[in-house]
Ligand binder design. Structure first.
Ligand SMILES: Nc1ncnc2c1ncn2[C@@H]1O[C@H](COP(=O)(O)OP(=O)(O)O)[C@@H](O)[C@H]1O
Ligand SMILES: [Mg+2]
Length: 623
């Protein structure tokens, strides 16, 4: 039985869990490069639990334990060191003593006999050994309330070990976040709903999940987006599903956060179809080629296997009617601006660097241009006028003549053809005619308008990467220039290996792309620009970019190298990380420095299945 007062905070799994801390071991750190060895906590705690036949079915890795520590005396004996179970193993006394060299029939005899013991509560023959790692938090209980203090306090060896109960976990992770979200906090019962529009939760905590009322898990979407997050698991682990689940909730549970998805595998029009069909949520899907009609649209988007036979025509028709589709056009050269002319002049002076007379002519042309800008009070970013081009040609030719620039050379050629540029001043009109085509500039305008969700469903890598480069750089530049942080924009890179490869693996456009996204992640948080990175293989990614992520969702990563890298990059204990190998799609280890209720305490969760939202009639009609 638990001490009465502790009953409120801990559980002994209905009188089944009776355990003691048996040892605290210092983990020796290896000096080998951390990337290949991963990260381990400084101490490992050993717990021995009395055997009880149901216990093995109830204990799980990831459960949180509390043990009185050496500071407990000052707090009425109610200060505890928190631990997380990383390994559980039942032990049988008879089998322990069995040697591999004993007579073989004897070995079989003993093993067979032991089988029936597991079904008894025989504490003399069996025991459960548990390894747990410190969370580096102390829990102080004052009355009904909890306080968490950061830091490691040595737990008292021999002390009783408690399991945190459902309410304590709920309080620990969710209380503050629910208050932040303006949702009611109720100590006596847990109220939660898997419906994405009703409840901002991401899913439920795996601990106690089998019980009637699971514990929901919340994150701060504001901090999740601002400080960037990563989703890592092998293909089929549920990355796109989780990302769409999160994005849907970001859109419905933040005031005005915007989302831009770089959807190189064309999955999101399907995964977020309910959002695209929602009249009240302004959104746009940009494809590579113009879409002819809803049927054509159905053919080009990727559908999860479960939905291959499902008729989603009504939703697609709604999306179509709402005018949610557009296609990408490579920006036609925009008409020249004063800045462009000055750039030309700079380039000319570089080309002609060895010819003094040319440089003289160029200098005087530059003065003339600057004079015009000043006299006419124009911005450098403005499009030039025909009058300016005539002026430019007259002055440039005059300067060339004055300094006797060679008439068949490049500079003279440039000077004498400036008025020709007047032809480029027209095409603006033409572009406006086709409203369904979007250049990079027009996409930036969308983002600066009231569109909340922009999905770039383009499979051609060179195009979608170019867009990633242009959009991230342009938005960062605009924000810097205007000292603007609102509204927040979240840039989502699913299949991130395409966008942020390691530098030594990147050439040409890939190298620019990884560099720009790294810059976005480094600087974005100051300007309200966030990033989400989802990938199945993190080994060949740009580690500088990865280090900017403050929240991570980790699913099964079969390759040990990937796991060590996750462990060392994000300082998650390897023992805890190994648990993810058993996970089914949709189960994740969530750890965050900033967005969850407990800073840097990894927790196992089951995310709500985004596909469930697509089966709801309300989602379909987009009411
Ligand atoms: N939270 C979840 N709950 C239940 N099933 C899920 C969940 N997440 C993913 N799945 C299943 O896993 C499949 C693969 O998910 P997907 O997001 O496409 O994986 P990935 O992007 O990692 O390749 C989905 O079609 C779905 O059936
Ligand atoms: Mg995917």
């Amino acid at each position: 039985m638990l001490e009465v007062e502790l009953n409120k905070h801990f559980t002994d799994l209905e009188n089944r869990f009776d355990a003691r801390l048996s040892a605290v071991l210092a983990v020796r750190r290896t000096e080998v490069s951390a990337e290949t060895t991963g990260f381990s906590a400084k101490y490992e705690c050993r717990v021995k639990a009395q055997y009880q036949k149901d216990l093995m079915g109830l204990l799980e890795e990831g459960m949180l334990l509390a043990v009185r520590n050496f500071k407990a005396k000052k707090h009425g004996n109610k200060r505890f060191t928190l631990l997380e179970i990383s390994r559980i193993g039942p032990e049988h006394f008879g089998l322990q003593g069995l040697s591999d060299t004993s007579y073989y029939p004897y070995q079989f005899e003993i093993i067979e006999q032991s089988m029936s013991d597991w079904d008894t509560d025989d504490k003399a023959t069996m025991m459960i050994q548990i390894s747990a790692i410190p969370l580096n938090y102390d829990l102080i209980i004052t009355g009904n309330d909890h306080q968490y203090t950061k830091g490691f306090t040595y737990p008292v060896v021999g002390e009783r070990v408690f399991i945190l109960n459902k309410n304590t976990i709920h309080r620990m992770y969710n209380r503050q976040l629910l208050q932040e979200l303006g949702l009611p906090w109720d100590d006596s019962k847990i109220v939660t709903d898997p419906d994405a529009r009703k409840d901002p939760r991401i899913g439920v905590i795996k601990m106690f999940q089998e019980e009637k009322e699971p514990i929901p898990i919340y994150v701060s979407y504001e901090r999740l987006a601002r400080y960037h997050f990563g989703v890592f698991s092998f293909t089929g682990g549920g990355k796109s599903n989780l990302v769409s689940n999160i994005l849907r909730r970001v859109l419905y549970h933040t005031k005005d956060t915007k989302v831009v998805i770089f959807d190189i595998s064309m999955e999101y029009p399907f995964l977020l179809q309910d959002v695209f069909a929602d009249k009240s949520m302004k959104s746009k899907i940009i494809t590579e080629i113009p879409v002819a009609d809803p049927e054509h649209f159905r053919k080009i988007i990727v559908t999860p296997r479960k939905f291959e036979k499902v008729d989603i025509t009504p939703t697609l028709q709604t999306i179509w009617k709402l005018g949610r589709l557009g296609h990408y056009v490579e920006g036609t050269d925009h008409p020249p601006t004063y800045e462009d002319v000055l750039e030309d002049i700079k380039r000319l002076s570089e080309d002609e660097a060895k010819r003094a007379v040319s440089l003289n002519a160029i200098a005087s042309i530059k003065i003339k241009v600057l004079q015009w800008i000043k006299e006419h009070k124009v911005e450098r970013s403005q499009t030039v006028t025909k009058a300016f081009l005539d002026y430019l040609q007259t002055e440039a030719v005059a300067a060339c003549d004055k300094f006797k620039v060679w008439k068949t050379g490049g500079l003279y050629g440039w000077a004498s053809t400036r008025a020709e540029l007047a032809n480029f001043l027209e095409p603006e009109e033409e572009k406006k005619k086709d409203d369904n085509s979007y250049s990079a500039e027009k996409l930036v305008e969308l983002l600066e308008g009231d569109t909340r969700l922009l999905c770039l469903s383009i499979v051609e890598p060179s195009i979608v990467k170019q867009l990633a480069i242009t959009l991230t750089s342009d938005m960062l530049r605009h924000r810097k220039r205007q000292f603007q942080v609102d509204p927040q924009i979240l840039f989502v890179f699913d299949e991130a290996q395409e966008f942020i490869p390691a530098y030594d693996k990147a050439r040409g456009i890939d190298s620019t792309c990884t560099q720009r996204i790294e810059t976005l992640l480094r600087q974005g948080r100051k300007y309200g620009l966030g990033g989400c990175v989802a990938t199945q293989r993190i080994a060949y990614l740009n580690t500088n970019a990865l280090q900017q992520l403050h929240t991570y969702f980790v699913g099964p990563l079969p390759r040990p190298y990937d796991r060590s890298l996750v462990s060392s990059t994000f300082t998650i204990d390897q023992g805890i990380l190994e648990k993810t190998l058993e996970f089914a799609p949709g189960q994740w280890l969530l750890s965050s420095y900033i967005a969850t209720g407990m800073e840097n305490v990894p927790i196992f969760i089951t995310a709500d299945n985004s596909e469930d939202e697509l089966e709801k009639p309300t989602g379909k009609s987009g009411a």
